[in-house]
Ligand binder design. Structure first.
Ligand code: SAM
Length: 226
């Protein structure tokens, strides 16, 4: 399958069944036990990243949230004072994010746009990309990471499902991201490969964390320019 096909599948998924599923997981409402576990895991990832970001003075800091989904990170980040440019390949996800933000105060510093991260341009103090790489095989993920590095003046924060022997086995037996999310493939990435790409683009790892619940696994890396 070529890169364009992969992307079309992901885009279509997040504009249809994937949108319904992930909106429920991310935005609250009735979910089953697996989805509740994933919701809790994802929330932990968002909180870890928010805590890291809040260690710096957020007032006016420019942040690009690539593949922002329904704005789970972008919205609290903007409310904390950062200037946030948030984009996603899915119109439906962005529509939901805009709907959520319309009801909130202090969000003039937040922009949502429908955009494939490959087409992002400009420079940002910090670029964040959470739980997006899981939808792409290694080669495409490598290109995406390099592109995100080129947008980051000071820092890139990435999260991905790590390719460990235990997770590879879980994936094989179908316990990893079970249920309808199998409509898209879930790709695991070797941490060493991700770090190598970051290093080749002049960034070094400053902090790392791991979110692990029963069905949700996300390795979080903060890479900075030195
Ligand atoms: N980052 C958000 C978060 O953590 O709340 C959303 C994570 S969700 C699992 C993955 C998101 O990545 C979806 O909203 C999907 O539409 C988006 N996405 C997938 N491929 C993308 C691409 N090539 N460019 C931009 N967004 C993409």
């Amino acid at each position: 399958m070529n890169a364009a096909d992969d992307k079309t599948i992901v885009k279509d998924y997040f504009n249809s069944t994937g949108f319904d599923r992930w909106r429920r997981i991310y935005c609250g409402g009735e979910v089953n036990k697996v989805q509740l576990d994933i919701r809790n895991g994802h929330q932990q990832t968002v909180e870890t990243v928010l805590n890291w970001l809040q260690d710096d003075d957020l007032a006016g800091m420019s942040v690009c949230d690539a593949g922002c989904g329904v704005g789970s990170l972008s919205i609290p980040l903007a409310q904390a004072g950062a200037r946030v440019y948030a984009s996603d390949i899915s119109e439906k996800m962005i529509g939901e994010a805009k709907r959520a933000v319309a009801e909130l105060a202090n969000t003039d510093n937040l922009t949502f746009a429908v955009q494939d991260l490959e087409h992002l341009s400009g420079k940002y103090h910090t670029v964040v990309c959470l739980d997006v790489l899981i939808h792409y095989p290694q080669e495409q993920a490598a290109e995406m990471i390099s592109h995100l590095c080129s947008l980051a003046e000071s820092r890139l924060i990435l999260s991905f499902a790590p390719k460990t022997p235990a997770l590879s086995l879980l994936k094989k037996i179908g316990s990893f991201f079970p249920g309808p999310s199998k409509a898209t493939r879930a790709y695991l990435h070797k941490e060493a490969d991700v770090v190598k790409i970051l290093n080749s683009q002049g960034l070094t790892i400053q902090r790392q964390a791991m979110t692990r619940t029963r069905f949700y696994f996300s390795r979080i890396l903060e890479a900075v320019r030195t």
